[in-house]
Design a binder for this molecule. Structure first.
Ligand SMILES: CC(=O)[C@@H](O)[C@H](O)COP(=O)(O)O
Ligand SMILES: NCC(=O)COP(=O)(O)O
Length: 248
C-alpha cells in the first residue's frame, strides 16, 4: 500500500488568470496567487495552458517555472505545440487532458483506449525529458488499463460527475459515481499507477475522495479561488487542507 500519511494538495490557479483576463491587464496576478498558495501549504501548483489561452498564458507558465519552489503540474492537451512547450520547460509533471475549444471546462477524461498507440509515442519523450506523466481520465477500467500500457506514471481521476451530482442533490448518482471512483482508484493502483483525483472538489465533497487510501494527490482550483473571496486564499487552502487531513 502507498504511504497514506501525506495526501498532497495541488492548487490550480487557472481561475485567477480567468479574472485577470476578464479585464485585460495584470491583476489579479496568478503567479502571486501561486506563491501565496505555496506559502499557505500547497504541495504543488497546477496550471492548464489551454490551446485558446483563455486563462493561463505562456508567460504565466514561464514565470511559474522560474519562481515556484514546489512542483508544477502542467496540464495540457496532447498536441505537438504543447509537447514542444513541455520539452522546453521540463515541468515536474505533465497532465494530459482532453480539450474542446467550445467547452466551459474539461468534460470527461482522455479517451486513452482509442488513442493508445499515439499516446504511447507522445508520452515517451516527455518521460525521457524527466517529466512525470499523468493522464486525466474517467473512472473506467478499459481507459485505466490502456493508460497503464502507455507508460504514464499517474492517472488523475475526474471527480467532476461526482461533484456535480452532489451539487444538484442527486445523491443516488453521486454515490454511484463515488463507488466507481473508489473501485477504479484501487484498480489503477493494482496496475502500478499512482492515483490522483480532481475537478470540481469543494469543502462538501472532498472528504470521501481524500479518504481513498490509493489517492496520493488532489488538484483543486475553481472552488478554492472562488472561496478565497470570502476566506482569503490562505484561509480557503487551510480549511481544505484540514478537511483532507481529517479524512485521512
Ligand atoms: C483538467 C481539469 O480538470 C482542470 O484542472 C482543468 O484545468 C479544467 O479546465 P479549466 O480550468 O479551464 O476549467
Ligand atoms: N485537474 C483538476 C484541477 O486541477 C482542478 O480542477 P477544478 O477544481 O478547478 O475544477
Amino acid at each position: 500500500m502507498p504511504d497514506i500519511s501525506r495526501l498532497r494538495l495541488g492548487v490550480n490557479i487557472d481561475h485567477v488568470a480567468t479574472l485577470r483576463n476578464a479585464r485585460g491587464g495584470a491583476v489579479p496576478d496568478p503567479i502571486r496567487a501561486a506563491l501565496m498558495a505555496e506559502a499557505a501549504g500547497a504541495d504543488g501548483i497546477t496550471a492548464h495552458l489551454r490551446e485558446d489561452r483563455r486563462h493561463i498564458v505562456d508567460s504565466d507558465i514561464d514565470a511559474l517555472m522560474a519562481q515556484l519552489t514546489v512542483p508544477l503540474n502542467f496540464e495540457m492537451a496532447a498536441t505537438e505545440e504543447m509537447q514542444a512547450i513541455a520539452l522546453r520547460l521540463k515541468p515536474h509533471a505533465v497532465c494530459l487532458v482532453p480539450e474542446k475549444r467550445e467547452e466551459r471546462t474539461t468534460e470527461g477524461g482522455l479517451d486513452v483506449a482509442r488513442t493508445e498507440d499515439k499516446l504511447t509515442r507522445y508520452i515517451a519523450p516527455l518521460r525521457e525529458a524527466g517529466c512525470r506523466v499523468s493522464i486525466f481520465i474517467a473512472a473506467d477500467a478499459e481507459q485505466i488499463e490502456a493508460a497503464a500500457r502507455t507508460g504514464a506514471d499517474i492517472i488523475e481521476l475526474h471527480t467532476g460527475a461526482y461533484c456535480d451530482a452532489h451539487a444538484d442533490g442527486h445523491m443516488d448518482v453521486r454515490d454511484r459515481e463515488f463507488e466507481a471512483l473508489r473501485e477504479m482508484a484501487t484498480y489503477a493502483h493494482s496496475l502500478g499507477l499512482e492515483v490522483h483525483a480532481g475537478h470540481g472538489l469543494t469543502f462538501d465533497t472532498v472528504a470521501p475522495i481524500a479518504a481513498l487510501p490509493e489517492v496520493m494527490e488532489l488538484n483543486i482550483g475553481h472552488f478554492l479561488i472562488g472561496e478565497s473571496v470570502f476566506l482569503g486564499l490562505e484561509g480557503a487552502i487551510a480549511k481544505m487542507r484540514s478537511l483532507m487531513d481529517a479524512a485521512r
